[in-house]
Design a binder for this molecule. Structure first.
Ligand code: GLY
Ligand code: MN
Ligand code: MN
Length: 464
């Protein structure tokens, strides 16, 4: 945990920004896997972590904007629990550890809410849109709102106040993220060294998972480790590694405090790039570096996405698979045949930070609206950048046979795409390169110890 003053200041700011009524922030419950007591590993809710820092299940935080008081509600463990868990702090002790002076049981929470509902209308009770059914039910029962209506009454004022604070990472948060990237360095470099013909994707995924736990935290999302990188989120790990394939490794971890990393490296199985691999890899790397070159406060991430897209499009023109005027290619989105996703997303306590608040509320605003163009429409964060934003820079190039065939059949962007030339590339697979970057006062900084990224660096580490 950070020191308690950090959480006190965050809650103070939240009460000020929301301004009225009461804010309910439920922490997560345990979630059963295949029978009640066999649970998935516990992951605390990120908003709860941000404002209260506590890792225990079944906690509910309440902020009263009218009185300025904060509360933690939960039931204390009794001896029947403690014989299984060992001694645990009381709810009162937990609350005090993060500067919360008021605590009570879940029955006290009901009394508190019901004693307030006669003075507060529903529009004065603020909660976030829940993403778990058990929390939806808990809010429904607590507030007397029908289960199906719970999302509708989520508070936009609370969402926007949370986005405002969590978008700007403090120095102590950046330090945590860099810890997660230090572990990701080990995950990626250890796996790279093993990416040899005859090994299996699952063996390398296991190496990565082990390195993540050596850093004392879980993965930040299921590992992508695949010689079929053209499937963007390929979670299958059954393939044997074979010479001539690129291996896409997209993986990150969480620290003990649940700050994330999200790194992608793509390497040639066997450790040496062939000519085709080098050509595509260099185009994607140039796009990744262009995004780093132009990222600074004041530019929108849509503009950064477009700057990276121009590099990709020029590369494909030089390769002979695109043709025509560069501005027209990019304006028409012809290049997005090879990158149907956005350049990046915010990252912090969630790997896709705050996505549970609604992507449009996090990545866009009144000024910057989402594009409807294929590819750019999938950009999760398009808005104007501010110092303190942590964002991923993850261009890719994918030859997706089904998508190429569809565009070909429809004649989509046929003036810009040489479909005959493209036939030669349909068996290539994919490449993605992803870094986590911090927007600074004057530009940006790639976070963490540099993970081998150039052709020369990757070949050096894989053939050492
Ligand atoms: N790891 C999924 C992503 O890069 O967004
Ligand atoms: Mn990723
Ligand atoms: Mn990412």
């Amino acid at each position: 945990m950070f020191k308690k003053e950090t959480y006190i200041a965050r809650r103070e700011q939240l009460r000020k920004d929301v301004g009225h009524g009461i804010i309910i922030l439920p922490g997560n419950h345990e979630a059963s896997c295949n029978y009640p007591d066999n649970t998935y590993w516990f992951r605390q809710d990120s908003t709860f972590l941000y404002f209260f820092g506590l890792q225990r299940e079944d906690l509910v935080g309440v902020l009263d904007c009218e009185t300025g008081k904060d509360y933690i509600f939960a039931n204390d463990y009794d001896i029947d629990d403690i014989i299984w868990t060992g001694p645990l702090p009381s709810v009162k002790e937990l609350a005090a550890s993060v500067g919360v002076e008021n605590s009570g049981s879940l029955a006290d929470l009901e009394t508190f809410i019901h004693s307030n509902t006669h003075t507060f209308t529903h529009s004065h009770i603020h909660y976030l849109p829940p993403y778990r059914a058990d929390i939806t039910r808990q809010l429904s029962e607590l507030l007397g709102i029908k289960y199906a209506a719970i999302p509708r009454y989520a508070s936009m004022e609370l969402i926007m106040a949370c986005v405002k604070q969590r978008s700007i990472k403090s120095d102590e948060e950046v330090a945590e993220i860099e810890k997660a990237i230090a572990t990701a360095y080990n995950m990626h470099v250890c796996a790279m060294k093993q990416a040899m013909p005859g090994r299996y994707e699952y063996e390398l995924a296991a190496i990565m998972q082990g390195e993540a736990w050596k850093g004392n935290g879980p993965l930040s999302f299921p590992i992508i480790m695949t010689i079929h990188g053209e499937t963007l989120h390929n979670h299958n790990h059954d393939h044997e590694l074979v010479e001539g394939r690129m291996l896409v490794m997209d993986a990150g971890c969480e620290t003990r405090m649940n700050y994330c990393s999200d790194i992608t490296r793509s390497v040639p199985v066997g450790g040496k790039f062939n000519d085709r691999q080098r050509a595509i890899y260099q185009i994607v790397l140039d796009a990744n570096m262009e995004a780093i070159r132009v990222t600074r406060p004041g530019i929108t991430y849509q503009e950064v996405h477009t700057a990276a897209s121009r590099i990709l499009a020029q590369g494909y023109k030089d390769l002979g698979i695109l043709r025509g005027n560069l501005d027209d290619i990019v304006a028409n989105g012809a290049h997005s045949l090879f990158m149907p996703h956005g350049l990046g997303h915010m990252m912090g306590l969630d790997v896709h930070d705050m996505e549970n608040y609604g992507q449009i509320n996090v990545g866009y605003d009144d000024e910057t609206r989402p594009s409807t163009q294929f590819g750019l429409a999938s950009l999760r964060c398009g808005r104007r950048l501010q110092p303190g934003f942590v964002i991923t820079d993850e261009p890719g190039c994918y030859f997706i046979p089904a998508l190429i065939d569809k565009w070909h059949a429809e004649g989509k962007n046929k003036d810009f795409i040489d479909f005959a030339e493209l036939e030669k590339w349909k068996d290539f697979g994919g490449i993605r390169i992803e870094d986590d970057i911090l927007v600074t006062d004057s530009g940006c900084r790639v976070l963490g110890k540099p993970i081998p990224k150039t052709v020369a660096e990757i070949e050096a580490v894989m053939t050492a």
